[in-house]
Write a protein that binds this ligand. Structure first.
Ligand code: PMP
Length: 400
């Protein structure tokens, strides 16, 4: 038996047996449009990625104790997408491992302990990161301070003031800032994408106080926001460290910490890092093939194009419904604000009954989260908007 700590989605959980593109099929052969899953960025079971993994599995699949070319090739490919100041890579198996290491390095290099996160953030599953993931409802960890994240930030000055306030609070406790850690699309805070550039105020503030900026790109990275590979670029900032995971292997566990050369050197002077499966050959082959597909199929442009189309389709539904109060997002990361967690859950379940899968996040789980694979086509986006309008109508009529 699996532990009862697992939780399934939906009043009637989907028993998924196979998937292709944006579609998941259940045990009865019913198909669902997957507009929630941000892992299969290139679409479920992309044949090129599956073939690359199978081929590599038949040649060599080993760890980084031996000299193999895949981790190096992957590191070079990833670094080519990042600002020049970021020059080193550590491969891990999960976003949690990448964030955990980023925090360790920030504390070791600065000699300080304080970490700032947003108040509905999620950054990972380790004990350290659960204390930096207030969305879980668990208490903040030692030396962790949360900022009250506005759903519609005014701009860089306001975000700077929030970070400065957190710094003042920690300094009053005798703690100095090591890092500001944020998901640059603020996914679990409810998809806070605009105004572009607002993040820069907080990045300047943490640096002025001697701390580092860690961009958690697990959600927005690999093209989801439709403006290049990484979410931080929308804000015109350059992180000290970048973490990524979920979409990186299109489903195969592979993740990474990408960091400034000096930080990597300083860490390596004091500590070794070995992660048995991190950077293993099949995982690297999956990530390399995912990068190829994103490039060759123009998926970042598709995310921008279909994202705009989806937002345009959803806007009138939101304007017309008393249950819905806002539409936010970038590319194919879209958040719809509802009046309550109860309403959001009712819409999510109505859509599931109609064969469309989305999720909820944010304060009180009141924001709907729409994140289809980046291969989604216009007709599928139209199907999503039509189902969304119908689900909202059904929930309105149910007098919730
Ligand atoms: N950071 C963010 C923003 C995430 O959404 C997640 C996963 N939901 C993680 C980190 C942790 O990644 P993983 O589950 O791969 O450890």
């Amino acid at each position: 038996m699996l532990s009862p700590s697992y939780r399934l989605f939906y009043e009637q959980p989907v028993h998924a047996v196979r998937a292709q593109g944006c579609w998941i099929e259940d045990a009865d052969g019913r198909r669902y449009l997957d507009a929630y899953n941000n892992v299969p960025v290139a679409g479920h079971c992309h044949p090129r990625i599956g073939a690359a993994m199978a081929a590599q599995g038949g040649v060599i699949n080993t760890h980084t104790r031996y000299l193999t070319e895949h981790p190096v090739l992957l590191a070079e490919r990833l670094l080519a997408t990042l600002p020049e100041t970021i020059g080193k890579v550590v491969l891990t198996n999960s976003g949690s491992e990448a964030n955990d290491l980023a925090i360790r390095i920030s504390r070791m290099v600065t000699g300080r302990r304080g970490v700032i996160v947003t108040d509905c953030a999620y950054h990972g599953t380790s004990d350290l990161l659960q204390g930096m993931s207030p969305v879980t409802g668990l208490p903040l960890g030692p030396d962790v301070y949360a900022i009250a994240m506005p759903l519609e930030p005014a701009g860089p000055e306001q975000f700077a003031a929030l970070v400065e306030d957190a710094i003042a609070r920690m300094e009053a406790d005798g703690v100095l800032p090591a890092a500001l850690l944020v998901d640059t699309i603020f996914g679990s805070d409810g998809a806070i994408a605009d105004p572009t550039g607002f993040l820069a105020g907080g990045v300047d503030a943490i640096r002025a106080a001697g701390g580092l900026f860690i961009a958690d790109e697990v959600q927005p990275g690999f093209g989801r926001t439709g403006t290049g590979m990484w979410g931080f670029a929308r804000h015109g900032v350059v992180p000290d460290m970048v973490t990524t995971g979920k979409p990186m292997g299109n489903g195969q566990p592979v993740a990474a910490l990408l960091l400034r050369d000096e930080l990597a050197s300083e860490f390596a002077r004091h500590q070794r890092y070995f992660n048995t499966f991190g950077g293993s050959s099949v995982s690297c082959a999956a990530a390399l093939a995912t990068l190829d597909v994103i490039e060759d199929e123009g998926l970042i442009d598709n995310a921008a194009r279909i994202g705009r189309h989806l937002m345009a389709g959803l806007a009138p539904v939101i304007a017309a419904s008393p249950l819905l109060t806002g539409l936010r997002g970038a590319g194919l990361f879209i958040g719809v604000q509802t009046a309550s967690g109860e309403i959001a859950a009712a819409i999510v379940n109505a859509l599931r009954r109609d064969g469309v899968l989305i999720g909820a996040a944010g304060r009180g789980n009141a924001a709907l989260k729409i994140r289809p694979p980046l291969v989604i086509a216009m007709a599928e986006a139209d199907r999503l908007v039509a189902a969304f309008a119908k689900a909202v109508g059904d929930v309105e009529n149910s007098n919730l």
